[in-house]
Write a protein that binds this ligand. Sequence first.
Ligand SMILES: [Zn+2]
Length: 99
Amino acid sequence: MKRCRRCGEEKAAAAFPANRRMRDGLGSWCRVCAAWAVRRWRDRNPEKVAAYNLSRRAVPVFWSEADRLGLLEQAQRARERSERFEREGDRPAPPGADR
Ligand SMILES: [Zn+2]
């Protein structure tokens, strides 16, 4: 068992993502909290998410081009999918989640 540093709950080791930098090889936040933090960051930095997605393409794309190709819309839809999954999944929202 390991205590999550964010929600303070004690959970099985399997509930924590791997993190080689940690002494015990596990992240200090449980998966629920880690997923929540990523999602919140994405919500607050949509342009960085879009830029990151574009940067992973083999061929760099200019913003105007990305817009024309509907890539931004695509990124938005992917986010909505993951949000729906989180809403409808059976995971409880971490305490302090404000959205
Ligand atoms: Zn947690």
